[in-house]
Design a protein around this ligand. Structure first.
Ligand code: IMP
Ligand code: MG
Length: 179
């Protein structure tokens, strides 16, 4: 029963912990001596940024913005709304945007253009998951946790109809598998 609802785990808690520890150390090395601002993209990135920031031994700062994709199963439209923006000035800052997953690439392309307009000192992106088979726009993702096949996944912040974000691992939700 539970298995049917929650789907099959494709990345376990232990695998995630290990990979996030590596990413955090790499980011700390790359940003050493700089003033890093991590910006989490809510809601999906809430779990990842909590763990990634704690795995990054730097005196970094954390902020959030909230986005929503208009049509859930038609991200091709690229229609993204900012529900809540960052309230601080991004000019001259070293910014690392923290995303749950890169799918079509529209969200990252949108955020890149928007943040670059505010003249940061640097701008990079980190995503826990990457689904390259679904890419519609070419985007550079500087740090990637895991590259996954073209399946709809939930857990660890990722949702299906706003549920399953609390799963402590990444699972394929059987009933919404995509071609
Ligand atoms: P984009 O298509 O790269 O713009 O990704 C948009 C957003 O869609 C991501 O930030 C996720 O919140 C969501 N998304 C994409 N693929 C999945 C998935 O497999 N499961 C849950 N959410 C997803
Ligand atoms: Mg989402």
């Amino acid at each position: 029963m539970e298995e049917r609802i929650f789907g099959k785990p494709i990345i376990t808690q232990e695998e995630m912990r290990k990979r996030i520890r590596e990413l955090g150390l790499k980011i700390a090395e790359d940003y050493q001596g700089r003033d890093l601002l991590m910006v989490g993209v809510l809601k999906g990135a809430f779990a990842f940024i909590a763990d990634l920031s704690r795995a990054t031994p730097l005196p970094l700062r954390i902020d959030f913005l909230v986005v929503s994709t208009r049509a859930k199963n038609n991200t091709d439209s690229g229609r993204i709304d900012i529900i809540s923006d960052i309230f601080q000035d991004l000019a001259g800052q070293d910014i690392l945007v923290v995303e749950d997953i890169v799918d079509s690439g529209h969200t990252i392309a949108f955020l890149k253009e928007k943040i670059m307009g505010q003249k940061p000192k640097s701008l990079k992106f980190v995503a826990l998951l990457n689904k390259p088979q679904r890419r519609k726009v070419d985007v550079v993702v500087d740090y990637i946790g895991f590259t996954i096949p073209n399946k709809y996944v939930v857990g660890y912040g990722l949702d299906y109809e706003n549920k399953y974000r609390n799963l402590p691992y990444i699972a394929v939700l059987d009933k919404v598998q995509e071609e």
